[in-house]
Write a protein that binds this ligand. Structure first.
Ligand code: SAM
Length: 236
């Protein structure tokens, strides 16, 4: 079972998200192990629990100090008795995608480090971080939303979290294409009929229709993905 630790100044933000819905149930059922740690608990300043200071060289904002983060990292190793693959959430990182989620699923232990304010003292990043990941080319106030995105995307790929592997294998991005359209009851809504082929019970025709739809909507919605797909599947 994968273990994911999240080091943050706002663990309550992460707990709220990770206690709900599918991931919350998977945690309760012991399918994934997720722990949120408050970096402030590791401040060497017992009185004010300080974790940040002004940047050397001047400039606006505050920078997270190295020592509380390093202590938090060491405590996670002590608690888990394992060395995590450490990911720093950063707008400067490689952009996260489904392939990255699949790669992260293979690590037995991930530690997601969330920055805040102006960021984190570079020296602790050099000391503990294995890779930097961004969730998109924009700047957020903190790494927590990114850590939630990664945790959700990785956890749903783990055994027993969804009903079975087919639940994620046919989804958008798994094979370089977007998924076909989905319909449920009623058969007619707002004068719009569910495509007849889906009511036919003819599995081969349904599969063919879904493949065509998938190719068609990828070409329309994401021509960039379609171009890549065509390069990888010249005859498909
Ligand atoms: N000064 C930093 C820079 O310009 O590269 C940005 C710091 S940002 C305001 C504060 C924190 O939010 C970062 O340390 C990082 O953890 C997180 N963050 C911001 N944008 C992000 C993104 N696109 N992906 C992942 N994390 C992000």
């Amino acid at each position: 079972m994968i273990r994911i630790d999240i080091a943050t100044l706002f663990p309550e933000m992460c707990e709220a998200v990770l206690s709900a819905s599918i991931i919350g149930r998977a945690r309760k059922a012991g399918k994934v192990e997720i722990h949120c740690h408050n970096i402030r608990d590791y401040s060497p300043d017992p009185k004010h629990h300080r974790v940040d200071d002004t940047p050397y060289g001047g400039g606006k904002g505050m920078v997270m100090q190295p020592e509380p983060i390093y202590r938090c990292y060491l405590d996670i190793i002590r608690q888990s008795q394992s060395l995590p693959h450490v990911v720093y959430l950063s707008p400067q990182g490689q952009v996260f995608n489904e392939q990255k989620a699949l790669a992260f699923r293979e690590y037995p232990h991930l530690l997601l480090l969330c920055g805040h304010y102006e960021g984190v003292d570079e020296r602790v990043l050099e000391r503990i971080v294995d890779e930097e990941i961004s969730i998109g080319d924009y700047v957020l106030t903190g790494g927590e939303l990114g850590a939630m995105v990664i945790t959700d995307a990785v956890a749903r790929l783990c055994d027993g979290v969804l009903a079975d592997a087919s639940c994620y294998e046919e989804e958008s991005h798994m094979n370089g294409l977007l998924e076909y359209p989905q319909y449920t009851r009623p058969e007619v809504w707002d004068g719009r009929q569910v495509p007849q082929v889906l009511l036919s019970g003819h599995h081969a025709n349904i599969t063919r229709w879904r493949t065509e739809q998938s190719l068609d909507r990828t070409a329309k919605k994401r021509p960039d993905m379609m171009k890549k797909y065509r390069q990888q599947h010249p005859k498909g």
